[in-house]
Design a protein around this ligand. Structure first.
Ligand code: NAG
Ligand code: NAG
Ligand code: NAG
Ligand code: NAG
Ligand code: NAG
Ligand code: NAG
Length: 616
């Protein structure tokens, strides 16, 4: 490290030069901004001059980050400023987070360019003489948390502020705003006041969050929580006869959509027939690992091309939380929305999309449906899970949450799932006994590790099943979607016949029972590995069937014919079956812990390996 190559110095110099000139640019812009704000009468004692630096020069009202490199806050409250807001100059300070100009006499409009201040979290312009419409671009400030425009002379309709899902405070009292109040996410807001404006129409569903004190002095507002109820069945406007042009457009849209859909299905059918003929690549499984099943998702999950955005998310705005992964650094929620998506599967709990983002990377996005937990809790839960790493558990790369929407992003695994391996198209390849046993061991160990690490937090997998076990590039099984679901396992409930059991378990609630649901899910995976049968198929219930079969003593009949013909040891298959039966015991208390399960299965695996060594 004693000699630095000359080219490094050269690059450093260029770099320094660039950053320097950028800062000069910011300095100039900020001075221009203050000039506009104060009618070009900048008080020299404030230090805002070209020969000093906004951060190092301690400009009045300016706060910078710890390293004094970028401007974070500009607070110029109550300073008799009488000019206008020059947002395009201001927003050259790219990292500005807080703008506070309360109690001055600033006039005219807030310019559209305010949206260039992308990092803004707080805007306070209360007590000025701003007028005109609020710019539509305001709704693109995705990081905005608090917006106070009260005590001004703003007019016109509100921009699409509910789009900003992180907004917690909106104060707009004492203006001339009109139009209807949009449906904010009121349960997220801690402050809301639109009193003394000229809003009209019904008050949106407040979900009990605010009282009439937030809506005073708007004579044309109606509905709860105001005493004036809205006119019943608002404007039917005699539209029943004949179609309005709007309706015609709408129906035309439906017809078009239908046509596109029919063409699409036809196209799919034709294509599927073709691929059926042309597909026949058998991957050779000569390595001791399992052979690759065709990753074609044939299990009926409808595949269709459409963007996630088109499936309707109003809050397509707030930011994606990227979990310390270099793979998707810089990935934005917008990128996900824009990228073409393919529906991989859909279930009661949500849908799964394959998404190709711009730089050619393929991701899987899990969209969770109807999970009534707060964003706060979801976030902390995801972060806790992220802290626990196991090579056989697929880590989430990023997640996104708003009240309506919860998305979790994973890296796409091209080799499909255990479900496909077991039940997918069998192109002549086999899934031998020792591979199945290895898979069982890997899953048990990974699950055991996760349960131990996350026991205190009460976070179990919640929805363990063969389609959530993905095969990575080495054909090792990886548990996916860990912790994305809270109890509510159909199979589990259907097997828990005694209602006393069920209610008892529910009373105990949360952690304990969820971990036991995982054990059940694991047991079912073992049954799938042993029988090669689908868990649920037209009323057939695998776990129940196996329990019955064993009780009736036709145990051998349950095993996958492929295993029998391969000559797998019946003794060890029966041993594994016994573990599976323990795991799927209808009574959660009777099920072993996953650590005990892992020990049992390892014993079977060791016996298998021992036999391979001893049998020539
Ligand atoms: C610029 O402001 C600094 C204080 O930040 C002050 O020391 C300096 O004299 C000012 N320069 C001019 C030309 O006003
Ligand atoms: C603002 O102007 C008023 C009168 O013009 C003056 O009394 C007051 O001190 C000024 N305030 C500031 C902070 O300069
Ligand atoms: C507010 O704006 C209206 C026009 O929209 C104007 O007539 C009125 O004078 C303004 N009030 C103030 C206090 O600036
Ligand atoms: C308030 O809005 C109504 C229409 O909703 C309009 O007729 C009225 O003139 C407005 N009043 C003011 C003071 O802007
Ligand atoms: C209303 O609040 C309840 C509980 O706070 C929540 O479950 C429900 O989803 C909310 N409804 C809307 C429309 O936000
Ligand atoms: C909203 O603002 C009005 C006018 O300033 C005030 O009277 C009212 O108390 C405020 N409401 C709330 C909930 O703070």
């Amino acid at each position: 490290m004693d000699r630095i190559p000359i080219w490094v110095l050269f690059i450093l110099l260029i770099f320094l030069h660039i950053t320097n000139s950028e800062e000069e640019d910011v300095t100039l812009s900020l001075i221009k901004f203050l000039g506009q704000l104060s009618n070009n009468q900048i008080d020299p004692s404030w230090g805002w001059n070209l020969t000093s630096d906004p951060c190092a020069g301690k400009w009045k009202g300016v706060t910078c980050n710890a390293r004094l490199i970028s401007v974070k806050k500009i607070i110029l409250d109550g300073l008799n400023l009488t000019g206008t807001l020059d947002a395009s100059s201001l927003c050259n300070a790219k990292s500005l987070g807080v703008l506070s100009l309360n109690d001055n006499s600033i006039n005219e409009e807030i310019p559209e360019e305010i949206a260039n201040c992308k990092q803004l979290t707080h805007i306070y312009v209360s007590g000025n003489q701003f007028s005109g419409n609020l710019p539509d671009s305001l709704s693109r400030l995705n990081n905005l948390k608090r917006l106070d425009i009260s005590n001004n002379n703003f007019s016109g309709e509100l921009p699409d502020l509910p789009r900003i899902s992180g907004l917690i405070s909106f104060l707009a009292q004492n203006n001339q705003l009109n139009g209807e109040i949009p449906q904010f996410d009121f349960s997220n807001l801690v402050q809301f006041n639109v009193s003394f404006n000229n809003f009209s129409g019904p008050i949106p569903d407040l979900n009990g969050s605010f009282t009439r004190n937030s809506f005073l002095g708007n004579p044309e507002l109606c509905g709860k929580p105001l005493p004036s109820s809205c006119p019943q069945s608002p404007p039917p406007k005699k539209r029943s006869k004949g179609l309005s042009s709007k309706q015609i457009v709408m129906y035309l849209g439906y017809i078009l959509l239908g046509l596109v859909f029919i063409i699409f299905i036809a196209f799919r059918l034709i294509k599927r027939n073709k691929t059926k003929v042309s597909k026949g690549t058998v991957v050779d499984g000569s390595s001791n690992k399992t052979s690759t099943a065709s990753t074609e998702n044939k299990s009926g999950a409808s595949r269709s091309e459409f963007s996630i955005a088109s499936t309707g998310s109003a809050a397509a705005s707030s930011s994606l939380v990227v979990l310390s992964s270099p793979v998707v650094n810089g990935l934005r929620f917008e990128d996900l929305l824009k990228a073409p998506a393919e529906l991989l599967g859909r279930s009661r709990h949500g849908s799964l999309y394959k998404v190709m983002i711009e730089d050619g990377m393929t991701l899987v996005v899990k969209r969770i449906k109807d999970w009534a937990i707060s964003s706060e809790y979801f976030k902390s839960r995801m972060q806790k899970i992220n802290q626990v790493k196991h090579p056989n558990v697929l880590p989430a790369l990023a997640f996104y949450c708003s009240r309506q929407e919860k998305l979790v992003v994973y890296e796409y695994q091209p080799n499909g799932s255990l479900h496909m391996l077991l039940h997918g198209t069998q192109n002549g390849q086999t899934f031998e006994w020792d591979s199945r046993l290895s898979v069982a061991v890997s899953i048990a160990e990974a699950l055991s590790f996760m349960h131990q690490e996350l026991h205190e937090d009460g976070i179990a997998h919640g929805n363990l099943k063969s389609s959530n076990i993905l095969m990575n590039e080495n054909m090792d099984p990886c548990i996916s979607e860990y912790g994305l679901m809270v109890v509510d396992n159909q199979n589990y409930i259907s097997l828990t016949k005694g209602s006393d059991l069920k209610s008892k378990d529910q009373n105990e609630g949360g952690a304990y029972s969820t971990f036991k649901v995982d054990i059940y899910g694991y047991g079912v995976i073992l049954l799938e590995l042993l029988t090669g049968k689908l868990v649920q198929n037209n009323g057939f219930d695998l776990a129940r069937w196996v329990h019955t079969a064993v009780r009736e003593e036709w145990t051998v009949e349950v095993f996958d014919k492929a295993l029998i013909s391969e000559g797998a040891s019946q003794e060890r298959m029966v041993n594994l079956l016994q573990v599976a039966l323990k795991c799927t015991n209808p009574s959660p208390e009777a099920r072993p812990s996953i650590t005990e399960v892992a020990v049992m299965i390892n014993t079977i695996k060791e016996a298998e390996e021992g036999s391979i060594v001893s049998e020539p």
